[in-house]
Design a binder for this molecule. Structure first.
Ligand code: NAI
Length: 507
């Protein structure tokens, strides 16, 4: 493995905005002398004052000693001109997101720094290959993509363009690790890893709202309390800002030549049109200007169903049944098919895990009128909420028996409209599908994809490890059922998932 830059190496940061200040802070904290430059000198003064204050606060909280804080503060210097960066071993660029402006800066930097100085860009959307193209030494340019806020977010995507030297990417990987970050290698492709693989988290949620599956507050609660995500998709989009989130989706969609996987949502377009940009404008999916608090829809308590029969085995069914037994339910076990075909007979109702079909379609195809589907949960033993849906053919009494069983097991139960793949299941299947395609196309390896999503956007589990847990065959079934229902290429199964399922199948 390539070694990291030594701490005696001067690190220069160009651009003293939110990202540049954060990068300068962590480089200085890691022991490097750091020079910060910005075309607006007052931005450097503001950033340096802010970083020094932060070091002081960290010392007060005991996260670093006062001596360490003082030393780190002293390692930071203001540069008044690019020429003052001549001794840098690494320059990290965090200026305005514009290809021509960044290219010009790197051209000027090449005239100033030594030939072995690494040039890194923090761009979130511009091709690293294109940024390097006009350089005399294009092999020295690499992407070093931090996440906001830099001191708190562990992920660094180390992006190689077509010309990037392997040693340069290796050194930046090792340096990011030495700075306490979790680096992953990625090839320069639109959205890199996180901004590409995360698209379905927003995209599927926006489709659910478009199909009136449930209220935003209900879907957010399901994604948090069943899916284990830190924030639901709607509150997260409100936080990011719909203008920003919509622009990223549009840019990825355009960059992939209108691949339907990334199709932007008219629902979000309308929010942008209205100026309902989220928290920053006082209104997005939620209102922030009237003190109202979003409340998820939860089915009121129904009579408990405390005797059921479990037929077959699956992770979901076993998890739910185990919890019900702990709560005192009598659960009779009968042999039967495992996986997707396992079910719980709750009185007249048959309760199964969603497999991407609507309950109504599955009821018709399997000849079970009183069919109730339950959504995926990250961990059925600890989830506080589950989503359910019922076939159009299901009678109300049967539905209430299924709900009575889930309530007995201690779940808050939210009913959503009978959409294919429900909420968590279709989202996780699509996240895994996108991650699998990124791996299949050589953007990153499987471990890198999972680290990126856990460390860059705080997912509770990497999408590929999650898909392995569900079973890749099951994920393929969900995607195929979504594709069949919608008739859209959006849900086509990644060739990697196909290949892995086939390779595990002996015929
Ligand atoms: P910002 O607008 O807060 O700061 C940019 C700074 O660069 C400003 O102080 C500006 O005066 C300075 N600047 C502009 N042109 C310059 C030039 N030619 N030479 C020297 N200084 C120049 O921007 P922010 O948010 O810090 O973003 C910087 C870069 O990081 C962009 O490429 C952005 O896409 C990327 N990025 C941003 C993230 C975010 O969440 N804000 C996350 C990851 C990457």
């Amino acid at each position: 493995m390539q070694s990291a830059l030594t701490t005696s190496s001067l690190v220069a940061v160009v651009g003293a905005g939110a990202m540049g200040a954060g990068i300068a802070q962590i480089a200085a904290a890691a022991g490097h002398p750091v020079k910060l430059y910005d075309t607006h000198p007052e931005a450097v003064d503001k950033a340096l004052a802010g970083i020094r204050k932060t070091f002081g606060m960290l010392a007060e909280k005991g996260r670093m000693t006062q001596d360490e804080a003082d030393a780190a503060s002293q390692r930071l210097q203001k540069a008044n001109a690019l020429e003052q960066l001549a001794d840098a071993r690494l320059v990290v660029e965090a200026i305005v997101e514009n290809l021509d402006v960044k290219r010009q800066l790197f051209g000027e930097l090449e005239k100033v720094v030594a030939n072995d100085c690494i040039l890194a860009t923090n761009t979130s959307s511009i091709s690293v290959t294109a940024l390097a193209a006009k350089l005399a030494l294009p092999g020295r340019l690499v992407g070093m993509h931090f996440f906001n806020p830099v001191p708190l977010m562990a992920l660094v995507e180390v992006i190689s363009g077509l010309a990037t030297n392997v040693e340069v990417a290796g050194c930046i990987f090792a340096t990011a690790a030495a700075w306490g970050k979790s680096p992953v290698h990625a090839a320069s492709t639109p959205g890199f890893i996180v901004n590409r693989v995360a698209r379905p988290y927003y995209g599927e949620a926006l489709r659910l709202i478009n199909e009136k599956a449930a209220t935003p507050a209900t879907i957010d609660a399901i994604m948090r309390e069943a899916g284990g995500f830190r924030m639901g998709p709607f509150e997260l989009m409100d936080l990011i800002g719909h203008d920003v989130n919509f622009a990223v989706t549009q840019s990825v969609f355009t960059a992939y030549y209108n691949d339907p996987r990334f199709t932007p949502s008219l629902v979000q377009q309308e929010l942008v049109n209205a100026g309902f940009l989220g928290r920053k404008s006082g209104r997005g999916f939620y209102r922030y200007d009237d003190g109202s608090k979003p409340v998820p829809e939860t089915i009121a308590d129904v009579p408990k169903t405390d005797r059921v029969t479990v037929v077959g085995q699956s992770h979901a069914i076993d998890g739910i049944a185990g919890r019900a037994m702990s709560a005192g339910a009598s659960v009779q076990r009968v042999d039967g098919s495992s996986g997707a075909d396992a079910f719980i007979q709750c009185g007249d109702a048959v309760l199964c895990l969603s497999d991407g079909r609507t309950a109504t379609q599955r009821a018709a195809e399997e000849g079970i009128a009183n069919l109730v589907l339950v959504d995926l949960a990250l961990d059925y033993t600890n989830a506080s909420r589950l989503a359910v849906t019922a076939a159009a053919q299901c009678d109300d009494h049967a539905f209430r028996m299924a709900v009575g069983f889930l309530q007995m097991a201690g779940y808050a139960v939210s009913r959503i409209v009978d959409v294919p793949g429900m909420a968590v299941m279709r989202t996780v299947a699509m996240l895994a599908n996108e991650a699998a395609d990124a791996v299949n196309q050589g953007v990153c390896d499987a471990a890198g994809a999972d680290i990126a999503m856990r460390k860059g956007v705080n997912y509770p589990q990497g999408p590929l490890a999650w898909a392995d847990g569900i079973g890749l065959g099951y994920v393929r079934r969900v995607l195929n059922n979504l594709a069949r229902t919608y008739g859209e290429d959006r849900y086509r199964v990644s060739p990697l998932i196909q290949q892995l399922v086939w390779s595990n199948t002996i015929t």
